[in-house]
Design a protein around this ligand. Structure first.
Ligand SMILES: NC(=O)c1ccc[n+]([C@@H]2O[C@H](COP(=O)([O-])OP(=O)(O)OC[C@H]3O[C@@H](n4cnc5c(N)ncnc54)[C@H](OP(=O)(O)O)[C@@H]3O)[C@@H](O)[C@H]2O)c1
Length: 319
C-alpha cells in the first residue's frame, strides 16, 4: 500500500474504500469481511457521507452507522482515516444542497454520533452551492474543523475557480484552507452519461494544476470507471452490461482500452494495475476511492495497491 502523510501524523492510504452501499445494499457479513480485509492489507482511508443511500427507504446515515458499529467492534477508530461529507440531502433521487452554517453543523453532529467518534479526519462538502458566497462557506468550515477536530477539510464536486476563491480568502484571513479535492477522476475520459448530474465535476486541467501547485490531495471517486476496463478485458466490450456501455463506451475510452491491452501484453500486468496505477503513481498526489461488489474484486484491487505505473504510460493514456 502507498500512503500520503496527513497533518496530525496519520497516513492516508492511496487506495480508499468507499463504503457508500454498506448498511443498505451490501449485506452486513460482506461489508464486515471487506472492511476487515482492507485494513489487514494496510488500507486506512474509508469514505462515506451523511446522505449516502438516502435515496432508498430509511437509507440516510446507514453507511456512517454501519462504519461506526464496525469501528467500535474492532476498536480501530484511531488506525483509520475517516472521510465523511455533508451539505446534501435527498428526496428520492433529487439532491438538495444546503451549505448554511446551521445545516452543516447539525449534519456534523449527526455524523459524529452515527460514526461513534468524537472526531472526523477529513470533512468534505459533498457539493457546491454556487450562489452562496465562498467567504461564508469558508467561515463555516472553520467551525466544522474545530467541532469535528478535523485534520483536513475539503470539497467534492467544486469547480476550480471556486476552490481558488475560497483558498485565497482563507489565506488572506489566516484560516484553514481546502486541502482535499474530491472529484470524478480515472484513466477513463469524461463522459456526460457517467453521472448525468450537472452538480458533479471531473478532474480537468485547471483542477489538476491547482492541486499540484497548492499541495492539495486529489481524492478520485469512480476511480475504476465502474470496472469498465477490467470487465472489457475479461469478457470483451460487446458483452458488457448495457448500463456500463451507456456510461463509458466512447471512442476515447476504446482507444484507452487498446493502449491498456498493448501495455498488458508487453509487461504482464493486470488491468487493475493500470487502472489504479494511473491514480496512485500519478505526479498529482492522488488517492483512488474504490468500491467493490465482492471479496474477489477487493482482492484484485489490493493486489494492485503497490503497482507503479510509469509516468510515460500515464502521459500516453492522457494523450
Ligand atoms: N463525492 C462524490 O460525489 C462521489 C460520487 C461517487 C462516488 N464517491 C465515493 O467513491 C467511492 C467509489 O465510487 P464508485 O463505486 O463509483 O467506484 P468504482 O470503484 O469506479 O466503481 C465500483 C464498481 O466497479 C466494479 N469493480 C470494482 N472493483 C472491480 C474489479 N477489481 N474488477 C472489475 N470491476 C470492479 C464493480 O461493479 P459491479 O458491481 O458491476 O461488478 C463496482 O460496483 C464510493 O463508494 C464513494 O465513497 C463519491
Amino acid at each position: 500500500m502507498k500512503y500520503i502523510a496527513l497533518p496530525g501524523g496519520k497516513r492516508l492510504s492511496k487506495i480508499g474504500l468507499g463504503v457508500s452501499r454498506f448498511g443498505t445494499r451490501v449485506s452486513d457479513e460482506l461489508a464486515t469481511a471487506m472492511l476487515d480485509r482492507f485494513c489487514d492489507a494496510g488500507g486506512t482511508l474509508v469514505d462515506t457521507a451523511r446522505n449516502y443511500y438516502e435515496w432508498v427507504e430509511n437509507g440516510r446515515g446507514k453507511s456512517e452507522e454501519f462504519l461506526g458499529r464496525w469501528m467500535e467492534q474492532r476498536n480501530c477508530r484511531d488506525k483509520l482515516v475517516v472521510s465523511t461529507k455533508g451539505g446534501v440531502s435527498n428526496q428520492g433521487k433529487r439532491f438538495y444542497i444546503n451549505l448554511s452554517r446551521e445545516a452543516l453543523l447539525t449534519e456534523l453532529e449527526e455524523s459524529l454520533e452515527a460514526l461513534r467518534t468524537n472526531y472526523i479526519d477529513i470533512y468534505l462538502l459533498h457539493r457546491d452551492e454556487p450562489k452562496r458566497p465562498v467567504e461564508e462557506i469558508v467561515d463555516s468550515l472553520q467551525e466544522i474543523a474545530e467541532v469535528g477536530k478535523c485534520s483536513s477539510i475539503g470539497v467534492c464536486n467544486w469547480q476550480c475557480e471556486r476552490i481558488c476563491a475560497a483558498n485565497s480568502y482563507a489565506e488572506r484571513h489566516g484560516l484553514i484552507p481546502i486541502r482535499i479535492v474530491q472529484t470524478w477522476w480515472s484513466m477513463a475520459s469524461y463522459t456526460e452519461t457517467m453521472w448525468d448530474d450537472p452538480t458533479t465535476t471531473h478532474m480537468d486541467q485547471d483542477t489538476a494544476e491547482y492541486c499540484r501547485n497548492h499541495s492539495c490531495i486529489a481524492m478520485a471517486y469512480t476511480s475504476q470507471a465502474k470496472g469498465f476496463f477490467q470487465k472489457a478485458c475479461a469478457v470483451g466490450v460487446e458483452q458488457l452490461d448495457p448500463m456500463l456501455k451507456h456510461r463509458m463506451l466512447t471512442k476515447e475510452n476504446l482507444e484507452k482500452l487498446q493502449k491498456l491491452n498493448a501495455y498488458r501484453a508487453k509487461t504482464g500486468c493486470t488491468p487493475t494495475d493500470v487502472v489504479l496505477g494511473y491514480i496512485t503513481s500519478n505526479s498529482l498526489d492522488g488517492t483512488a476511492l474504490v468500491s467493490c461488489s465482492s471479496l474477489e474484486q477487493l482482492e484484485d484491487v489490493l493486489n494492485s495497491a503497490d503497482y507503479e505505473l510509469p509516468e510515460a504510460m500515464i502521459q500516453y493514456l492522457d494523450q
